[in-house]
Ligand binder design. Structure first.
Ligand code: MTE
Length: 327
């Protein structure tokens, strides 16, 4: 893949000068549109920052984790078409259909502060655009296998979740990493439905979070992550069902005791904590033996840990033949 080297000035070249920005604000306020102006200013700042994010991608590909899956008829399984992967989404904050792109576009993703809390030396917050300067961005092609028995093969850009652990420096007593999505019922109207345990929450053991596959995606297909895929940052844990891969994260919390994750709280019999892909443990309502590629509609035999066994097996020693791999 074409590699674009970022130069220091690339990051700044699109920023509106402070003077222009403040002038716009004064003019709008003088016109008596204070409320509208603050909305416009937010949108302008959002657009400027997102343009700057554009200049970060594409990034160099790390081919170590690219699993080439044999397709019986046509040879190697290919990348899922970009249009399909960015237009067929699960994002319950914006609705229960796959077609949530338009509603998700309302989410303002800049500024975007991520808080680090819990069992760490000093709690702090950092904006996503400062966080991406502290880490090495790379591209990884991963298979994402949804619990609904569909899958896709996608080039994500981002950084290793291990970097988050290095930055936060959790205390040894911390056993779990808890991640949460924003809570903003004005923008995400489904969050007005209070029978769901908002905000969306996901949990990994610290050992899982340190695994080399655990990835924070900030981009996809060589571009910044679009809102519907979890902008500005989301988790990707490819050996687990897709619901573990939480979108639009606003907090990382290090804790000693395991809290319930979103789907576990709603229906623990159907959506377990471990959620490791396992073709032998069926969902109570359907088989997990095979999965359908959303791009081509071809069927594949689902593999244990979604084909990533060599990297994650050590995490589940003693659990191999048990449905605990799932629940
Ligand atoms: N994260 C949040 N915050 N809200 C969600 O509804 N859905 C999950 C996961 N992360 C979800 C989420 C599910 S069920 C899947 S399969 C994947 O996101 C889908 O990711 P995609 O839309 O990028 O394919």
């Amino acid at each position: 893949m074409f590699i674009k080297k970022n130069k220091e000035w690339d990051i700044y070249k699109n920023i509106t000068s402070e003077k222009t920005f403040l002038n716009r604000r004064t003019i709008l306020k003088n016109m008596g549109f204070a409320a509208i102006s603050s909305n416009l200013i937010m949108q302008t700042a959002n657009a400027v920052s997102i343009q700057n994010r554009d200049s970060l991608y594409p990034v160099e590909e790390n081919t170590k984790y690219f699993i080439q899956e044999k397709d019986i008829k046509d040879g190697i399984r290919k990348l899922t078409d970009e249009y399909k992967a960015t237009n067929y989404n699960n994002y319950y904050e914006f609705g229960t259909t796959k077609n949530i792109k338009r509603s998700a576009s309302k989410l303002v993703t800049s500024p975007w502060t991520i808080s680090f809390t819990g069992m760490i030396d000093k709690e702090f917050g950092i904006d996503i655009d400062d966080l991406t300067k502290k880490v090495e961005l790379e591209e990884r092609v991963y298979k994402l296998r949804c619990v609904e028995a569909w899958s896709m093969v996608v080039p994500w850009s981002g950084f290793s979740l291990k970097d988050i652990i290095k930055i936060a420096q959790p205390k040894p007593e911390a056993k779990y990493l808890v991640m949460k999505t924003f809570f903003d019922p004005d923008k995400a109207r489904s969050q007005r439905q209070d029978w769901y345990p908002w905000p969306y929450t996901e949990v990994l053991t610290i050992e899982e979070a340190k695994n080399e596959l655990s990835f924070i995606a900030t981009g996809v297909y060589g571009k910044p992550l679009p809102n519907q895929n979890g902008s500005p940052l989301r988790l990707i844990v490819p050996w687990k069902y897709g619901f573990k891969s939480i979108k639009s994260i606003v907090s990382f919390e290090f804790v000693a005791d395991r809290p319930k994750s979103f789907w576990e709280a709603i229906q623990p019999k159907e959506y377990g904590f471990w959620a490791n892909v396992n073709p032998k443990v069926d969902h109570p309502r359907w088989s997990q033996a095979r999965d359908k590629d959303i791009g081509t509609n071809k069927m594949y035999d689902t593999k244990i840990y979604n084909g990533y066994k060599q990297w994650v097996n050590y995490l589940y020693k003693g659990m191999e033949n048990s449905s605990n791999l799932y629940r």
